[in-house]
Design a protein around this ligand. Structure first.
Ligand SMILES: Nc1nc2c(c(=O)[nH]1)N=C([C@H](O)[C@H](O)COP(=O)(O)OP(=O)(O)OP(=O)(O)O)CN2
Length: 163
């Protein structure tokens, strides 16, 4: 046997979600709300199973699509930002940053467990959710899952997590 390693990569044309967000950077700067057609790719590394594959392409594709659908056509808001504060009532979610305020219908928002809605953090959340779904079927043999999120046709934030 050679000392081979294996991985599966899935980067489908359908792996796109259109969403709005705004991040802070350099301490004081808070972007205006704007949108991206985000792209996603996924990579799973591990041993070959009895089918002689790492994981089924189709299972990985569907687990990623499940997450892109959740985000598509939504405003993505950060749950853990120190200064972007979120409050929700039964109809609306209000985000504030210092003297600025944005109000959205609840159904238009997705609040993610992130500090800032960067491509890197969105990639981590997708990775954790895809791993949870894939583990149900593929168990613990896989070593790593990597998710890349592209904000602007070539600007990727990538997160690799242990299985
Ligand atoms: N490592 C990261 N850097 C930046 C991120 C990020 O998520 N991770 N995000 C941003 C901003 O969200 C910004 O909106 C990037 O958007 P973009 O439209 O690509 O900005 P540009 O000025 O390059 O785009 P043009 O519309 O083409 O001028 C910044 N950095």
């Amino acid at each position: 046997m050679t000392d081979a390693t294996y991985r599966v990569e899935v980067a489908k044309q359908q792996f796109v979600f259109s969403a709005a967000h705004f991040i802070t950077f350099a301490g004081d700067i808070c972007e205006r709300i704007h949108g991206h057609n985000y792209g996603v790719r996924a990579m799973v590394e591990g041993p070959l199973d009895e089918n002689r594959y790492v994981v089924d392409f189709i299972a990985l594709r569907d687990a990623v699509l499940e997450q892109t659908k959740v985000l598509d056509h939504h405003v993505i808001l950060p749950e853990h930002h120190a200064e972007i504060k979120l409050t929700s009532d039964s109809k609306e979610t209000t985000a504030t940053f210092r003297d600025r305020r944005w109000v959205f219908p609840n159904e238009d928002c997705v609040i993610l467990p992130v500090v800032n809605t960067t491509a890197e953090e969105i990639a981590r959340v997708i990775a954790e959710r895809v791993r949870d779904r894939m583990r149900e079927r593929f168990g613990d043999a896989i070593t790593f899952l990597e998710i890349g999120v592209d904000e602007n046709e070539g600007q990727w934030g990538v997160c690799r997590i242990k299985w």
